[in-house]
Every structure is written in structure tokens, then in C-alpha cells.
Design a protein around this ligand. Structure first.
Ligand SMILES: NC(=O)c1ccc[n+]([C@@H]2O[C@H](COP(=O)([O-])OP(=O)(O)OC[C@H]3O[C@@H](n4cnc5c(N)ncnc54)[C@H](OP(=O)(O)O)[C@@H]3O)[C@@H](O)[C@H]2O)c1
Length: 316
């Protein structure tokens, strides 16, 4: 039995689809009451628990052999901080996993995880990694760069912003770099890890085959939308403050602190990181952006292409 945390999130839903297509017995850990029905169709067993709830984490672990730990947040709120979600939450999960004698834990951290206080999201993910490393359990830590795909946290909001704003805002006077990884490829790495194909005890950087700048992505999206918004460069401190304000007041803000942290940090690694660790070539952002942003977004042809890619194990 595999326990997946954060199963109702962007990556979690795609992972569940793949695991259930491959016939893995899966239990999901979710905390919201709304998406349960949708998830139940993909994974028979569903547990409701916040990462902070020790008692229900303990019962969720019954009979679990492996844990894929995806639960995380990209913005803080009055009831949850990066520290409580990533550091304390992961600590509690590891304690429950240890007590249940779980065989292996896969933790999805983030590329460039460092203890530096300047990057609050990235720092908390590093503290979460430390909980995993010091748990005494067998583990693999995956560190993806920004992840793109349907419903992601950077292309999708950027598209919305460019459709509604008269300007294209670009944080930083110096180009911010990233190396986006397709969600379907991250899912392939996760599946291969639980199948046992990757060395245990490793921390693995994962990123796509090309490095892009924030401005380059804006250009790509503008071309796809046939939008010609004038570009406005924002100094980084102003961009960070605007992000903090917008994420407090908007349900779906154009940028979140966690995503901006990855851009500021420069979440890049070698171009063949996935090939080296998992033996396949990941999908470039430029290849997928047309399908993600196309105005035929929900056409049956496009849907069937996406479904095929997500369930076919293309990359394994
Ligand atoms: N997407 C990226 O670009 C990216 C890049 C690098 C690393 N990562 C890491 O990859 C993982 C998955 O990312 P994602 O994009 O799928 O994130 P996501 O869409 O934000 O989903 C995260 C899920 O975790 C759940 N969660 C958060 N805090 C929780 C808690 N205290 N207890 C129980 N559940 C909790 C959320 O539940 P609610 O819906 O109730 O909030 C949500 O379902 C995250 O750990 C993230 O840090 C993602």
C-alpha cells in the first residue's frame, strides 16, 4: 500500500491517475471535504487528515509500505505557515511512518532547497528534508524545479494575468532563471522511485531539458495568446511585496511567494538531470506550451492527448 499526501493538489491528482492505471494499491491523505468524491474514483482508500493531526496520521499509516509525501503550500495564511506545513508537518508524518515501520519514504522537496532565511518557502522545504533525512527511515528526496502542466502554479496564472492586465509585469531587473519540468515527467520519476529503480538515501535534482527566463516565458505565453502587452520590469523587493499582498486578498493570485522564491533562487541544474537519474528525456516547456495555453483547451482531441500521456507511462 502506498500513502500519497497532498493527493488533491496539482501533481497529486496526476500521480493518483498514473498509480491507479498501473494497479498500485493507493491510500490518499487529503484534508478538504470537497474533492473526496473525485479522488475516490482514482484511489479506493481515502483518509482525511491535516499533516498536523498526529492521531489521524497514525491511523492513515496502517498497512502502508511506502509514502509519497507531496503535501505542501506555496503561500502562507493566518492558519498555516511554511514552517508548520513543511517542517512540523513532515516531522509528524515521519514519526507516524516510523511507528508504522514504513519501508520507504519519497519526499518531494524543491530544487535548490537551502536553509537561507531570505527564501522562506525554500528554507522550510530544506527543514522538511532534514526531518526525512534524520527519520531513520529509508528515503528518496526529489527536488523538482518549477513544474508545468494543466492547472499548474505558474503558466496557468500567468496566462490569466496576461489576459486580464494591460501590462506584462516582469520581476527583477536581472533575468530570473528556471528549468521547468513537466508534471507528467515528475510523475514518471515518482513511479519509478516507488518501483525501486532509484538508489535509496539519495537527494535528486530534477528539471526539464531547457533553462528559461521569466521574461522568456512571458514572451512565449504572449506569442501563444497573440497578446502584445508592454513589459514592465519590477524591482524584486517590490515584486515580492506585491506578491505577498495579492496572495492575501486573491483566491488565485498571479504569483505566489513559493513560486517567486524558485525564480529568485534560480531553480536550475544540469540539463540532463532526469536522463542521468531516471534514464529518459523529459519534455521541453516549449513543446507543451501550445497545448497548455491553446484556446481549444478543453477540446476532446486535446483531452485525449493529455489523458494518453498521463496514463501511458510514456517516459518510463
Ligand atoms: N508545482 C511546482 O511547481 C513545484 C515545484 C517544486 C516543488 N514542488 C513541491 O511538490 C509538491 C506538490 O506540488 P503541487 O504543485 O501539487 O502543490 P499543490 O497543488 O499546492 O498541492 C499541495 C497539496 O498539499 C495539501 N496540503 C498542504 N498542506 C497540507 C497539510 N498541512 N495537511 C494536509 N494536506 C496539505 C494541499 O491541500 P489543500 O488543497 O487543502 O491546501 C494540496 O492538496 C509540493 O510539496 C511542492 O512544494 C512543486
Amino acid at each position: 500500500m502506498i500513502l500519497v499526501t497532498g493527493a488533491e493538489g496539482f501533481v497529486g491528482v496526476q500521480l493518483l491517475k498514473r498509480l491507479s492505471a498501473l494497479g498500485f494499491p493507493v491510500r490518499t491523505l487529503i484534508r478538504s471535504a470537497t474533492t473526496g468524491g473525485r479522488l475516490r474514483r482514482m484511489a479506493g482508500l481515502l483518509c482525511r487528515s491535516a499533516m498536523t493531526d498526529t492521531a489521524s496520521l497514525k491511523s492513515a499509516m496502517q498497512g502502508v509500505e511506502q509514502v509519497i509525501h507531496l503535501a505542501g503550500i506555496f503561500r502562507e495564511s493566518w492558519k498555516e505557515t511554511f514552517e508548520t506545513a513543511h517542517h512540523e508537518g513532515t516531522g509528524r508524518l515521519m514519526q507516524a511512518a516510523r511507528e508504522a515501520k514504513v519501508r520507504h519514504v519519497v519526499y518531494v522537496s524543491t530544487l535548490g532547497a537551502v536553509p537561507d532565511r531570505i527564501y522562506p518557502f525554500v528554507r522550510s522545504k530544506w527543514l522538511g528534508e532534514e526531518e526525512v533525512r534524520n527519520s531513520g527511515l529509508s528515503f528518496t528526496i526529489l527536488r523538482p524545479s518549477l513544474v508545468f502542466g494543466e492547472g499548474d502554479h505558474f503558466l496557468t496564472p500567468l496566462k490569466r494575468l496576461l489576459e486580464s492586465s494591460p501590462y506584462a509585469f516582469i520581476p527583477g531587473y536581472e533575468p530570473l532563471r528556471c528549468q521547468p519540468l513537466w508534471a507528467g515527467d515528475l510523475v514518471s520519476c515518482l513511479v519509478k522511485t516507488v518501483e525501486g529503480g532509484v538508489a535509496k538515501g539519495e537527494t535528486i535534482a530534477l528539471a526539464g531539458p531547457e533553462q528559461v527566463t521569466f521574461e522568456g516565458v512571458v514572451d512565449l505565453v504572449q506569442r501563444e495568446l497573440r497578446a502584445g502587452r508592454p513589459k514592465v520590469l519590477l524591482p524584486l523587493p517590490l515584486a515580492a511585496t506585491a506578491t505577498l499582498l495579492l496572495e492575501r486578498v486573491m483566491g488565485s493570485p498571479p504569483l505566489m511567494t513559493g513560486v517567486l522564491d524558485l525564480w529568485r533562487l534560480g531553480a536550475v541544474t544540469s540539463l540532463d538531470a532526469v536522463q542521468k537519474a531516471y534514464g529518459f528525456a523529459p519534455m521541453p516547456l516549449s513543446e507543451e506550451v501550445h497545448y497548455l495555453l491553446s484556446s481549444h483547451g478543453s477540446s476532446p482531441k486535446r483531452r485525449s492527448r493529455r489523458e494518453r500521456m498521463l496514463t501511458s507511462n510514456r517516459s518510463i
